[in-house]
Design a protein around this ligand. Structure first.
Ligand code: GLA
Length: 392
């Protein structure tokens, strides 16, 4: 079959010779979370979509027990190791996400042979589009197929998530891996991180485009700042549980209880909980608005979510705020917010298709004027989940 996907072609370019007959290629997307910011590890609902960009890997089996890992994003930095050397926190380098996924697959599914794994991604890295979950997920998906295990999306989500929390050491929730494994084209996922229930709402590409714009700022200290937010929420929960023994996560704290008890929380814990309480309410009414096809209200909730992340959760940056304001000033933009954990990265906006030309001109121009930096608009429709790709 002819190679039609440029990402597959780029991945193939890493190989010194044409792929051997046993080699196989797999793909997993990235994601943008439209609502439910920082709610996954607080037990709330998240509303993500998968993007049509992501990570491709070519897996070539070896006759020994070595792993040779190469990435187009890190030319000249191949990583070679024995399968037995896979150990949590072994490395902080680029291969940690990939290694973590292999480690989890081996821990749960048993032994496998050595591989050459060649990786290429067309997702901007460390920009809030889940490039790391995309690589963890594609490896878990690939190994499930390779080992022919009888698994489920839920188990693959758990393994890909454990790769990040155990091997890499980021205390993230299950949003990213869930968004990737459960994705369906032209659909928004409504996923309840406590009940683990899921619902799909139509997000029709004839009515709306997901526009992603890069703030071009490095996410410095993002991991430590993210882990600090998680720790603050855990601490706040501990304090609130002394008053409300029945609660198991911050999602259980409704507005009336928060208003009564907020005096018991020192800053910044009070602001963090205020964000969670408001965001839980927003995901509820925004999902309901979308059930009725009301994109304007949904977009409005995204803007409110952004303001809450800026003013209460303190995870935005001046460049991100500028992009959001420029985006929502364009007629036909329903709403915009930072996507991902924050501390830099990208915004995601919902834009009417007939407004995209104007949006793509006006937003980068406003950004250039204020920051002196160039950026561009990437247009997506909600994509499907991981897949095997035929090699030529
Ligand atoms: C990162 C984490 C997710 C989630 C988001 C914020 O993407 O990996 O688990 O917490 O931030 O919503």
């Amino acid at each position: 079959m002819a190679v039609t996907h440029s990402l597959l072609e780029r991945t193939l370019s890493l190989l010194e010779q044409p792929p051997v007959a046993e080699a196989r290629a797999f793909f997993a997307p990235g994601r943008a979370n439209l609502l439910g910011a920082h709610l996954d590890y607080n037990g709330g609902c998240v509303l993500p979509v998968a993007l049509s960009k992501g990570t491709c890997v070519i897996m070539t089996p070896r006759s020994d027990r070595r792993l040779r890992l190469r990435s187009t994003q890190f030319p000249g930095q191949p990583v070679e190791l024995e399968i037995d050397e896979l150990t949590p926190r072994r490395t902080t380098g680029w291969s940690a996400y990939l290694e973590g996924a292999l480690y989890e697959c081996r821990r749960v599914w048993g032994e496998f042979q050595g591989f050459n794994i060649d990786v290429c991604s067309d997702l901007p890295m460390a920009k809030g589009l889940s490039s790391s979950a995309s690589i963890e997920s594609v490896i878990v998906f690939a190994m499930a197929h390779w080992m022919d295990v009888n698994t489920t999306p839920d188990e693959m989500i758990r393994l890909a998530h454990a790769a990040e929390t155990e091997y890499v050491g980021v205390r993230c929730g299950i949003l990213d891996q869930t968004a990737i494994f459960l994705a369906k084209p032209d659909s928004l996922l409504v996923f309840d991180c406590t009940e683990l229930t899921r619902e799909y709402l139509p997000l029709n590409s004839e009515e709306v485009v997901i526009a992603v714009v890069d703030s071009c700022t490095a996410r410095e200290l993002a991991t430590s700042a993210f882990n600090q937010r998680v720790a603050e929420c855990t601490q706040a929960l501990g304090i609130l549980q002394t008053h409300l023994p029945g609660i198991t996560c911050l999602r259980d704290v409704r507005r009336a209880s928060f208003e009564t008890l907020q005096g018991s929380l020192p800053e910044p814990l009070r602001s963090r909980v205020a964000h969670v309480v408001g965001e839980v309410e927003r995901t509820e009414w925004a999902a309901d608005a979308l059930r009725h096809g009301d994109l304007a209200s949904f977009g409005n909730a995204m803007v409110q979510a952004h303001h809450s992340m800026r003013d209460l959760y303190h995870v935005s940056t001046p460049e991100i705020d500028l992009l959001v304001e420029a985006a929502i000033a364009v007629p036909g933009c329903y709403g915009a917010r930072l996507t991902g954990a924050g501390f830099g990265g990208c915004i995601a906006a919902l834009v009417r298709p007939d407004a995209m030309a104007e949006f793509s001109k006006v937003v980068p121009a406003a950004f250039l004027l204020d920051t002196g930096r160039q950026t561009e608009v990437m247009a997506f429709r909600p994509a499907g989940g991981p897949a095997e790709w035929q090699l030529p």
